[in-house]
Design a protein around this ligand. Structure first.
Ligand code: HEC
Length: 149
């Protein structure tokens, strides 16, 4: 009986750990969706003239990107390898197989976002800088993101 309880307890623990990891994956997905909103919902529409230039909104969007850049090094713990969030995308195993390559993508993304914070003061500087940010997103996704299904 005691043994059964121990086994049941261990099972519960491992199920609990699985749920926790799935939460990490969900949080990562939420952070990436935040990136998508900052770029695709705020900065790009201003570049295209669909939204008026708004320095406060620019600063807020760049803050979201900067915060993600800071979190990225810890967003993909080993324990989440192979876990897929619901939705269109998931992490490529290359994140864990090529740690140096992934770290380099994070570093260059962080650098471009920091530079953008200093550079973007008006519509012209926004137009000149946003493509460089988009290139960083694409540069990482190309190798380290997989399409589900
Ligand atoms: C260093 C690598 C890296 C950088 C830089 C990066 N991403 Fe991602 N992104 C990923 C990975 C890995 C995934 C897949 C994991 C996931 O979807 O949870 C992802 C997923 C996404 C998704 C899909 C979320 C979903 O599942 O619905 C969006 C949208 C996204 N990124 C937007 C961006 C934007 C916009 C930028 C730039 C401002 C950016 N990302 C920068 C690695 C990166």
């Amino acid at each position: 009986m005691k043994r059964m309880l121990v086994i049941a307890g261990a099972l519960l623990l491992s199920v609990g750990a699985g749920i926790a990891q799935q939460d990490v994956v969900k949080q990562t997905q939420a952070d990436m969706k935040g990136n998508g909103k900052a770029l695709g919902g705020v900065l790009t529409p201003m570049v295209k003239g669909d939204k008026p230039y708004d320095q406060a909104a620019v600063n807020e969007a760049l803050k979201v990107l900067g915060d993600t850049a800071k979190k990225l090094p810890t967003m993909f713990p080993e324990s989440t390898k192979g876990l897929k969030p619901e939705g269109d995308y998931s992490s490529s195993p290359k994140i864990w197989e090529d740690k140096a390559g992934f770290a380099a993508k994070i570093e260059s993304f962080a650098k471009v976002v920091t530079e953008a914070k200093a550079k973007i003061k008006d519509l012209d500087s926004l137009k000149a800088t946003v493509p460089a940010i988009g290139k960083e997103c694409g540069g990482c996704h190309e190798t380290f993101r997989l399409k589900n299904g």
